[in-house]
Write a protein that binds this ligand. Structure first.
Ligand code: FNR
Length: 364
């Protein structure tokens, strides 16, 4: 189909399923075990309903907001996804360019197919990028990556904390994997018999713990955000550890199957933070299963500072390149603008929990 015939983010996935190389589709679309968590990432949003307010002048709608001090055009960002060249010969620079056009932030993955420097060089003007970090057993390597990112202007360090070992993604494991030239860290043996994900992740340090956080704070001035937090108790620990943020996430369902959805954890977390007067002490982001403008608005109503989106942009990139990713972003913005009108809100800051009915959210 023509790009103009893609009317929502699901459409890109349908085209990707039919046209992508099997190995690439297997790696992007797969999730852990029985993929129950990946399904739940969508279902959880379907258990939240709106309570719109009427007769508000919604002539003018402003979707812009601020994430970690950066003004962005809308409350979503491109989250880190590894191995961009599986889907598109140019890799993640395609996402960089689309993010620039739309003034949204891109999180650069440690395991990008393009090198970190290529992705920073592809940025335009004052375009903001963050770094997603997998922590290497060799901390000297990690220190070099972090300090290079800061020197090159990255505005946030997202340390992935939900992947001491990569989850079993069987769809991916069944397919013979040929590395498209990933930026695998030196000194790493790759074993391709376990699928793409496991092949490139053997350097990740499973001993990473809370005790390492002060060290990260000592080597960088970038804000530190823990990506993959799954319970309010750990959000409170993150506040105590003095990090600037958390991403409530289950890694797109690719790690622990039967992990809860980020949006449910958000609904559990924000009331506790507010009750303890800590809601301005930490920025809370969420990702997983976001496909519609309504999904984004639900997260913002519940108190998220921003929402990460992974697979849809990969599918758009793999099928239609930069134009595809730009259209996916525009569709989300169009949906959000209309949804804001129908909810009765002009600005992102005006969204609040009273606009939602979450009674069904915790009933599984
Ligand atoms: C990911 N994700 C991820 N996260 C991370 O911290 N480091 C990584 O290298 C990757 N790689 C990766 C590859 C692919 C193909 C996918 C789909 C996901 C997880 C990602 O950042 C995010 O948490 C989820 O993708 C969000 O869910 P959706 O939007 O894909 O449903």
């Amino acid at each position: 189909p023509l790009l103009s015939e893609c009317f929502n983010l699901h459409d890109f996935e349908a085209v990707a399923r039919r046209t992508m190389k099997k190995t690439a589709w297997g790696y992007y679309s797969s999730a852990a075990d029985d993929e129950i968590t990946m399904r739940e990432n969508h279902s959880a949003y379907h258990r939240i309903w709106f309570r719109p307010q009427i007769l508000v002048d919604v002539h003018h709608i402003d979707l812009s907001t601020t994430m970690l001090g950066t003004k962005v055009s809308a409350p979503f960002y491109v989250t880190a996804t590894a191995l961009g060249k599986l889907g598109h010969p140019e890799g993640e620079v395609v996402l960089t360019r689309a993010a620039a056009t739309h003034n949204v932030i891109q999180m650069i993955p440690t395991l990008a197919s393009c090198s970190f420097d290529e992705l920073v060089d592809a940025a335009q003007g004052d375009q903001v990028q963050w770094l997603q970090l997998y922590v290497n057993k060799d901390r000297a390597i990690t220190q070099r990556i972090v300090q290079n990112a800061e020197r090159r202007g990255c505005k946030g360090l997202f340390i992935t904390v939900d992947a001491p070992q990569l989850g079993r993604r069987e769809k991916d494991m069944r397919l013979k994997f040929v590395d498209p030239g990933s930026n695998v860290q030196k000194g790493t043996k790759t074993d391709t018999s376990q699928g793409a994900a496991r092949a490139i992740s053997t350097f990740i340090d499973p001993s990473l713990s809370w005790a390492d956080i002060p060290w990260f704070k000592s080597i960088t001035k970038m804000p530190i955000i823990l990506k993959g937090v799954q319970r309010v108790e750990d959000v409170l620990k993150a506040v105590d550890a003095g990090v600037q943020g958390v991403v409530l996430s289950n890694h797109g369902g690719r790690q622990l199957d039967f992990a809860r959805s980020g949006i449910e954890i958000l609904a559990e977390t924000m009331p506790v933070l507010r009750e303890q007067g800590l809601d301005d002490k930490i920025d809370v982001f969420v990702d997983g299963g976001v496909r519609r403008g309504t999904d984004i608005l639900k997260a913002m109503c519940l108190g998220a500072k921003g929402v990460g989106i992974g697979r849809p942009f990969l599918y758009a990139m793999s099928t239609y390149g930069q134009a595809g990713v730009e259209r996916a972003m525009q569709l989300l913005k169009d949906e959000m603008e209309m949804d804001m009108r129908l909810i009765g809100c002009n600005r992102i800051e005006d969204l609040h929990p009273g606009l939602l009915d979450t009674r069904g959210l915790f009933v599984h």
